[in-house]
Design a protein around this ligand. Sequence first.
Ligand code: C2E
Ligand code: MG
Ligand code: MG
Length: 290
Amino acid sequence: RAKQQGRNSVNLYNHSMGEKNRQRLTVETSLRRAIGKNQLVLHYQPQVSVHSGKIIGMEALVRWNHPEQGLLLPTSFIPQAEETGLILDLGEWVLETAAAQNKAWQDAGYPPVKISVNYSQRQLRQQDFVEKLLKSLKQTGLEARWLELEIREAVMAEGIMDNLQALAALRDVGVRIAIDNFGAGYSCLKQLGDFPLDALKIDLSFVSQISSSEVKKAIAGTVASLAKGLHLSVIAQGVETKEQMQLLCSLGYGEMQGNYFSNPLPAEEAGLLLSRENDWSGPLWQLSQK
Ligand code: C2E
Ligand code: MG
Ligand code: MG
């Protein structure tokens, strides 16, 4: 009986592995095609300074305009892109598109903001990633100081020397480096002091529970103090309510991003927000009136 069960589970295993491989292959093929066929789009989510009420940055977030399935969110294809290595081509496209868009906004005369681009570990591990990035900047004409790379804290924990030197080289030319989803994974406090870094983006999970959990609130406050002590910027992401915004303000957060301010928007709408920067009349404005 045990033998039979064993055999069944082996079959099951084989079957699901085959299925998984098959799925991966189709995703890989169609994602590869998507990159070539311009089916990827970037949406942009404003990052705001709550004190000035101004937009200070835009985070580029990739979407896949799938011919049959409609607009797909990155969580449904980024993992496959990372597994297959397609993230390298995808990432290059994202960087160039985002940099070119930011330059276009600046050329249109809008107040300059930084553009934040998510970078995966695999991209950082490429031997020539610094040269590639600098080439993209040169091609688009965007100055390095208007670009920020968002990387996950796991990169810090890995402590790969090449990464550190490469990141330091980028920082030397003015590119900003931010740790994304800080506190969600393997926070390596030991590395934090040595890491070439400009900003911490506290993880959404702390923000979403800030009103209901004293623990999350305490951690959010500690992250803000930590950033201050290390002379880093700190930004809260995933802010959805006025209450969250006010609590975060009281904990020392001056920069925020989230649906309370704006959803991620197609380039044209994001540009419209930038062009109206000077007569911004959203919830931020109400705050700075108080
Ligand atoms: P992330 O970098 O942490 O991006 C923030 C995510 O939070 C975005 O999800 C954004 O739409 C969402 N968000 C923004 N405001 C709110 C809010 O108020 N409440 C809630 N609940 N969520 C909010 P999105 O666009 O689905 O992206 C998911 C993740 O996919 C990103 O997380 C990032 O890790 C990854 N990603 C997106 N674009 C790229 C890319 O070009 N390259 C790479 N390597 N990864 C990317
Ligand atoms: Mg991000
Ligand atoms: Mg994040």
